[in-house]
Design a protein around this ligand. Structure first.
Ligand code: KG4
Ligand code: ZN
Length: 334
């Protein structure tokens, strides 16, 4: 099956063609420059930029795949969660392509897309899995006992991991989005230089809390300044990152053990983090658990993951109505 995937839930316009689980083309229009001066994604600016970017990217994705629009069997699009105005642009584009070509149309959950990015590179789904989804908007542990069945084990009670990375990076003057810059800076730092609190590490559940860590970092810097002490930014970045990674690794492995699941899947933009990848892989090896994650380009938002998730749903005979609307708070339902 040849499926076009469209992703416009936040600040990346992603369009891709996936055929039988393999990426044929995957193009991206990033809006970082537009949002940088605001220090965060401005929803209205994002929606307008998607409008401008979408049609040329649609042409490019199809051309790079070496096919025409009439060769598409399906069209998949992110319907939520995300920014409503941004989602609507992709949904309108996807409906137009499906209507014009007669291709089957299906709406996809963005978080399912992040999980499905794994199957583009590691073969088709063979559940059960424990999945850690960590992005700019989400931090959650999910049990997938069977294909397309999801049980949320826990999630953040306040900030998402990516949001925490972005806020601390902004505080350190690293620009936007801050995750990748903070990751780079942390490579030169000592992760044990400052022992920040590991929130909810021993809470006995699978929930996360990140806003306290953010406050601890700010307080640490203020106190150091007041005492006339220099703070090494690389040590600060590495120690902050370690505190986040510690809790994520520990809870993910604990969930896999408790559920007796042998394979963990990671998904979402924060999975591009070098330290998280390293530590997860090491902890998995020690626990005899297979930890898998997508290559860097497929961790952050892209159209291929949506096409992949859509292809699996279309293959089961699932179709969405053309009445389907954007759902900013869409849950990862069972
Ligand atoms: O999945 P994604 O592209 O968009 C959302 O669905 O939110 O995730 C974006 C988030 C941003 O917060 C960004 O700072 C973070 O992922 N991120 C990283 C890294 N690369 C992207 N965080 C930490 N380390 C990275 N290398
Ligand atoms: Zn995402």
């Amino acid at each position: 099956m040849r499926v076009l995937g469209i992703e416009t839930s936040c600040d990346e316009t992603g369009v891709a063609v996936v055929e039988d689980g393999a990426v044929r083309s995957n193009v991206l229009g990033t809006q970082t420059d537009l949002h940088e001066r605001f220090g965060g994604v401005v929803p209205e600016v994002a929606a307008r930029a998607h409008v401008q970017a979408l049609n040329p990217l649609l042409d490019e994705a199809v051309a790079r795949a070496g096919v025409g629009f009439s060769d598409l069997d399906g069209v998949a699009v992110t319907v939520g969660p995300g920014l409503v105005g941004a989602l609507l642009v992709g949904i309108a584009g996807a409906k137009a392509v499906a209507l014009a070509t007669g291709a089957a149309f299906v709406g996809v959950n963005h978080l399912e897309g992040h999980i499905w990015a794994n199957f583009l590179e590691h073969g088709p789904p063979l559940p059960p899995y424990v999945c850690l989804v960590v992005s700019g908007g989400h931090t959650m542990l999910v049990h997938m006992p069977a294909e397309h069945r999801y049980e949320v084990l826990g999630q953040t009670v306040d900030d998402a991991a990516g949001e925490a990375f972005d806020k601390i990076a902004r505080f350190l003057g690293l620009g936007f989005p801050g995750g990748p810059a903070l990751d780079r800076l942390a490579r030169d730092g000592d992760p044990h230089a400052i022992e920040f609190p590991r929130a909810m590490l021993d809470s006995g559940d699978y929930d996360f809390s990140l806003s306290g860590l953010k406050t601890s970092v700010l307080r640490y810097v203020r106190r150091a300044r007041e005492a006339g002490r220099d703070v090494n930014p690389a040590d600060l970045a590495a120690s902050f990152q370690e505190a986040i990674v510690d809790v994520q690794v520990s809870k993910t492995i604990a969930a896999a053990r408790e559920l007796d699941v042998r394979t963990v899947l990671l998904g979402g933009g924060v999975v591009a983090n070098t330290r998280l990848r390293e530590r997860m892989q090491k902890a998995g090896a020690e626990a005899g658990i297979d930890v898998r994650f997508p290559s860097m380009a497929l961790c952050t938002d892209n159209g291929a993951m949506i096409a992949a998730a859509g292809e699996a749903r279309l293959a089961r005979g699932e179709r969405s109505s053309f009445d389907v609307a954007a759902d900013p708070g869409l849950e990862l339902a069972s």
